[in-house]
Design a protein around this ligand. Structure first.
Ligand SMILES: [Zn+2]
Ligand SMILES: [Zn+2]
Length: 314
């Protein structure tokens, strides 16, 4: 009786309650998991102890996850965790580990909508992911342009059925649905990228779809080995060295604080951006020296140049 709360390593109603909290949302951060676990433990406790969210450690969470994972693995489900690419927040997600996890979208979306999602992923991981520039994101305008299905489709990829175009309205609704369902995240600069949960869930599919012997389009961080869609890359375009911003310190510490590429050992000072910043950099470098004269022809860079003529009046 006394050891009742020690039964955390046997799957029981408390783990079921924990699993429910994953089913009701796409992901949980450690900070979100703490009050949930505290409430579950309090409901279970028979000695009137009051467990506070602050009492819950990462170890408590991982104990619950290990037991839950053992119970759900026959259903091809697994709770995985990763660090946010923006900061070091730990994120837990219930992931479908079956081989073609993208098919789970089929439970809530039509085949034409899923074809559009795949066109968006092609744009992220092929069109906007070149040797020179790894943007790995799409702008909303681009996502809406992809509403139109291509005329001659790869029959194998569409499983025999030609995908039909979405209307603008449908594409707009799908873009929002992908955010609401936890697949896409939307940046302030209007770029859509895959969420940490989507990267965990689609990892196998992405590697299978976009990597081949000649080209590894899906890259991993040289420090944490997770997929990388935002961060930095080695200045040598042929080098596979990639680091998340928050993994840099760990990587450099491991090589005696030498701020060098973990792969080729070149200076990391001139590292290039991975993610939406690579799109900005790309535009700058293609405009080159002509940008000063051609600002009138451009719509997006026009506002910062206008001050030049009006600023000094002598
Ligand atoms: Zn990393
Ligand atoms: Zn390198």
């Amino acid at each position: 009786m006394a050891g009742n709360e020690e039964d955390d390593d046997v799957y029981n109603n408390s783990h079921r309650a924990f699993l429910q909290s994953f089913l009701s949302r796409a992901t949980l951060t450690f900070e979100e998991a703490r009050p949930i676990l505290a409430a579950i433990k309090n409901a279970q406790a028979q000695d009137g102890r009051d467990i506070q969210p602050a009492d819950i450690t990462e170890e408590d969470v991982s104990t619950y996850i290990n037991v839950t994972n053992a119970a759900i693995s026959p259903f091809d489900l697994e709770i995985r965790n990763t660090l946010s690419q923006h900061d070091r927040t730990r994120i837990y997600a219930l992931v479908n580990v079956s081989s073609d996890s993208i098919t789970q979208l089929a439970t809530t979306h039509t085949p034409d909508e899923i074809s559009w999602v795949k066109r968006c992923l092609d744009a992220m991981f092929e069109t906007n992911n070149s040797h020179r520039s790894e943007v790995l994101a799409i702008k909303s305008t681009e996502a809406l342009r992809l509403a139109k299905a291509p005329a001659n489709q790869d029959v194998e990829a569409t499983q025999g059925a030609q995908a039909q175009s979405l209307t603008m309205m449908q594409a707009q609704r799908m873009l929002q649905a992908m955010v609401d369902e936890g697949w896409f995240e939307h940046s302030k600069k209007d770029f859509y990228t895959l969420t940490p949960r989507a990267l965990m869930e689609l990892r196998g599919w992405l590697v299978e779809t976009y990597n081949d012997d000649e080209d590894e389009r899906i890259k991993t961080c040289s420090a944490c080995k997770s997929l990388i869609t935002m961060g930095e890359r080695c200045s040598d375009l042929d080098c596979s060295g990639r680091l998340h911003h928050h993994c840099k310190r760990m990587a450099f510490r491991a090589q005696n604080n030498n701020e060098r590429c973990p792969v080729c050992k070149k200076d990391w000072d001139n590292a290039l951006p991975v993610g939406e910043k690579a799109a900005v950099q790309n535009r700058r470098s293609t405009n080159g020296g002509a940008s000063r004269r051609s600002t009138t022809a451009q719509t997006d860079g026009a506002d910062d140049s206008q001050n030049d003529s009006t600023a000094d009046e002598g």
